[in-house]
Design a protein around this ligand. Sequence first.
Ligand code: COA
Length: 382
Amino acid sequence: MNASPSVGSEFSKGLAGVVAGRTAICSLEGDLRYRGYAIEPLARAGDFEEVAFLLLRGELPSPAEHAAFSARVAAAARGLDPVVIDALKTLAAACPTASPMDALRTGVSMLGQIEDDRAPGTPEAVLAQAERLLGQVPALLAAWVDLAAGRTPAAWPEGSIARALLERLTGRIPSAAHVAAFGTTLVLYAEHEFNASTFTARTIVSTGSDMHSGICGAIGALKGPLHGGANEQVLDTLSAIGSVDRADGWVHEQLAAKRVVMGFGHRVYKDGDVRAKLLGGICREMTRGTESQPLEDLADRVERIMLERKGLKPNLDWPAARIYHALGLPISVFTPIFVVSRVSGWTAHIIEQIGDNRLIRPLSLYTGQPPREYLPLGERQT
Ligand SMILES: CC(C)(COP(=O)(O)OP(=O)(O)OC[C@H]1O[C@@H](n2cnc3c(N)ncnc32)[C@H](O)[C@@H]1OP(=O)(O)O)[C@@H](O)C(=O)NCCC(=O)NCCS
């Protein structure tokens, strides 16, 4: 006879407020910290490799460790398997308008198959896999963008991931200021404890499954507009409003129809997202007096209205989308850039989960039919 677990009548919709596990990677209590370090100086340094190393290994790198780590990640970006490129080329020819998020999910899946990634390996092997993915994922994105446009993928440029990816996605050598702003967005997107995609990745590997499967699931979870997909919708929202004088009416209409305004609100931060405040300031500095100024004026107005009408403050996606637009990036790569960054947090969590695993398997509260008798098919009316 099966043991029947006792289920209380209380539950939390969307697991809001539920502590679902332990982590030593990131804390949101009081302020946002990665491995104990406050987010602000990390974000201002804007060094994605430094942060990825910290998340994966628990300590900041020495200069020598930083150089070696960065070189391994860049080598992985340069060494993307041609089998994957060929397969993406076929897909790009068949469906060039497919979402780059789908291309990333497919690409990571292929990488796992090529590596014959079956189950968690030794801690060193899993760490090496994580480092490879940090280089492979931005290279996959850049390759897909070229292939979907009918071009042969260009070589991966020199320099940091932020510099190289920005060059690959815009086709221009970026200024130091633009690399710094882009690097800051990568640092801010890198990690955020038990968000939906990270929890998905942890759940997948908790079954004994492999790292690539965890990352594929996480990409799928991040794609949704209530999670990572919001940064693309922010720009659509600002374009739909069009001008400052239309902002009041547009927001009023959205709220009256009980539709969410993308880039506002957060499950955990109820009094504003510290990352949005930080990046919002950088965004305003970067765009002052440029052609992005009207969009910034519009964003300011929407922020004020949302605060007055709903008491809601922006989340990270609100300024990140505007920075990406100001950097000349197409909307379709906004959420994939989030993937490039969050691979660092996902892989750190996968390693943590594997290191102290217990199958993630919660209970549900049954709300269906009461017990009833089965009637064989032939005895049922019509
Ligand atoms: C992120 C999000 C899913 C959090 O959801 P949540 O924790 O379930 O939100 P809550 O239930 O606490 O919301 C409280 C109230 O604010 C409203 N609200 C929350 N975010 C809102 C938004 N962006 N626009 C309008 N109203 C919003 C809810 O509808 C709810 O209103 P009600 O009390 O009248 O029903 C939600 O804020 C959202 O959909 N935001 C837009 C998408 C987005 O930017 N996602 C990126 C997150 S980093």
